[in-house]
Design a protein around this ligand. Structure first.
Ligand code: SAM
Length: 217
């Protein structure tokens, strides 16, 4: 349902220490945790692109004690919330936030590479397509061999789109003409293939979202 999709303008609660909470994360964090478990993503070094409030990294590192997580975002308010989540964590496996614009081919300190996992949730449809192109290029450039890219969000499939996702896409486009729900098969798979990534799994998630896992051979 459209109201389950986080957008940049989604109302967010903020704790006194600066940690922000988004209603959609409370609903999707456990299904995403289950995908991490099923796809073997719960260990090693993860780089998150577009971390937003920072809640996913905090929750997933709590759930997976062998997971290390680096936050990043293009947005300073998001990075402030990510710093607050890092400060509040009862462990030292949260790092960053890095300043990363996914559309750029220079991801700063993340360029050292060797990442076991690159994660991006709910950015692809809420940014110009250049951010998705840069995200896939970055994953191809910076994942360790055997590393994974996880994308989470709403997608069309081969030209077909669920009515709730079509309505959501129209509402996004009315806010910014460069935003919109992308087609996994027609738009994302060609970028993944160009970046040398192989599809590992597509998992149906609540509210017509998908988790998509690619692997760098
Ligand atoms: C809807 S929020 C999603 C946040 C979080 N991943 C989640 O699922 O709750 C979209 C995020 O994408 C970030 N973003 C938009 N364009 C970006 C870009 N070109 N590079 C990096 N982050 C970007 C925004 O700053 C925002 O934090």
């Amino acid at each position: 349902m459209a109201e389950d999709k986080p957008v940049a303008l989604e109302p967010r609660n903020e704790a006194a220490d600066g940690r922000r909470y988004s209603p959609s994360t409370a609903r999707n964090r456990e299904p995403i945790r289950d995908v991490f478990a099923a796809q073997g993503l719960g260990t090693g070094r993860a780089l998150e692109i577009a971390s937003g409030t920072g809640e996913h990294g905090a929750f997933l590192t709590e759930q997976f004690p062998e997971l290390r997580w680096t936050y990043s975002d293009i947005d300073a308010d998001g990075r402030a919330s990510q710093s607050a989540w890092k400060a509040a964590a009862g462990h030292d496996r949260l790092s960053g936030p890095l300043v990363i614009d996914a559309s750029s081919d220079d991801w700063g300190n993340a360029e050292a590479g060797g990442w076991d996992l690159i994660v991006s949730m709910n950015m692809v449809h809420i940014s110009p397509f250049a951010a998705t192109e840069g995200l896939l290029r970055g994953a191809g450039r910076l994942l360790a061999p055997g590393g994974h890219l996880l994308l989470y969000g709403p997608y069309a499939r081969n030209g077909e789109i669920a009515p709730s996702n079509a309505a959501f896409s129209e509402s996004l486009k009315s806010r910014d003409a460069a935003w919109g729900v992308r087609d996994l098969d027609l738009e994302l798979f060609p970028l993944a293939s160009r970046a040398g990534l192989q599809l590992q799994a597509v998992t149906e998630m609540p509210a017509n979202n998908l988790s998509v896992v690619f692997r760098r051979p």
